[in-house]
Structure formats: structure tokens, C-alpha cells
Write a protein that binds this ligand. Structure first.
Ligand code: SF4
Length: 178
């Protein structure tokens, strides 16, 4: 079964449909997101199920996984991230080209989960900005899909100029990212 995206708001007539450039690009981007799975532990197994034929993330145009940051739009962090791994995660994020989005999948990536210890990062938003948090330990594939759909909504409605806006520049600056 495939998912069909409704058209963006626009003007319709006989034989034509007009919309804004932002909406057209947003629609195309939202339905062709290339995820980079940064999976370190059990949540990664749930992601494998999400990619399998039963849940089939390909229905959302995201079947093409990228293990190269330069060819990825969406960083999906799944699993416990140790403090030692924080700089590596940040390095991967920095290597991704704009526009880029991030999902923290599961309790560990979102907040450290049950591992409130000296060695575990208490949430990846300590080192990189996060767009969507998916709760659960582990989250079911349906929840991961919902997280991707939230990102799609964001991508569809995001202005093409957002990345140049002072608020966004400030956000990156607060993380020390250029
Ligand atoms: S949130 Fe739970 S299932 Fe996911 S990586 Fe952490 S301990 Fe494992």
C-alpha cells in the first residue's frame, strides 16, 4: 500500500494547478527523505523492523538509506549514546548538508533513558539540535513511522529561507556549530 500526499494549497483550474515554490519544493522534499540510521543499540532493531516489508518505510519515500552523511537529509539516532560518542555524532551531523533534520528515536537518544550514569549522554540534544523526539523503550515501528511523518509535516511547511533566518543561525550558534 502506498501513501498518497495531498497537494499543497494552491489555485486549481481546468488543466492547471498553481502553488508557491516553497510548497512545491516542500512536497518533493517531504516525500523523498533519505535517512541516515545512526543505530547503536536495541532501538536500531526496531528500525530494522520499520524498514521491513510489514511496516515498509519505503511507502513514505524513505527506503533509500544513506550511510554517507553528505547524501542524507534526516539523521535518525537510535540507541544509547555514550559521552565519548557525542563528538562523533556531532561530526556526522556537521557533515550533512542543509537542509537537514534530526529525530531522537527512543528514550536513550532523547534523554539517556534508564542509563542515568556518568558515561551516557543524557539526550543527544546536548550536542546537536533535535527536531522530533520519539518516546518509548523501545518505540514500536508505528511510533518511528509517526516520527518520520512529523518530520514530513515540518519539511512540507518549512520556508526555504528558514536556514538563513537569524533564529536558525542562533540555534546553531548555541551549539557552537557554524
Ligand atoms: S530506549 Fe530502550 S530499547 Fe532503545 S536503546 Fe535505549 S534501552 Fe534500548
Amino acid at each position: 500500500m502506498s501513501t498518497i500526499s495531498p497537494p499543497p494549497p494552491g489555485v486549481e483550474g481546468q488543466g492547471f494547478f498553481a502553488t508557491s515554490l516553497d510548497s512545491a519544493i516542500g512536497l518533493a522534499r517531504a516525500n523523498s527523505i533519505w535517512p541516515l540510521p545512526f543505530a547503536t543499540s536495541c532501538c536500531g532493531i526496531e528500525f530494522m523492523a520499520t524498514m521491513g516489508p510489514h511496516y515498509d518505510l519505503g511507502r513514505f519515500g524513505s527506503e533509500r538509506l544513506s550511510f554517507s552523511p553528505r547524501q542524507a537529509d534526516l539523521l535518525m539516532v537510535m540507541g544509547t549514546i555514550s559521552k565519548k560518542m557525542g563528538p562523533i555524532l556531532r561530526n556526522v551531523y556537521e557533515q550533512m548538508a542543509e537542509p537537514r533534520w534530526v529525530i531522537a528515536v527512543g528514550a536513550c537518544a532523547s534523554s539517556g533513558g534508564i542509563f542515568d550514569t556518568y558515561s551516557v549522554l543524557q539526550g543527544i540534544d546536548k550536542v546537536i539540535p533535535v527536531d522530533v523526539y520519539v518516546p518509548g523503550c523501545p518505540p514500536r515501528p508505528e511510533q518511528i513511522i509517526e516520527g518520520v511523518m512529523k518530520i514530513q509535516e515540518l519539511v512540507k511547511t518549512e520556508s526555504l529561507r528558514r536556514r538563513e533566518m537569524p533564529e536558525y543561525q542562533e540555534l546553531l550558534k548555541s551549539y557552537g556549530i557554524k
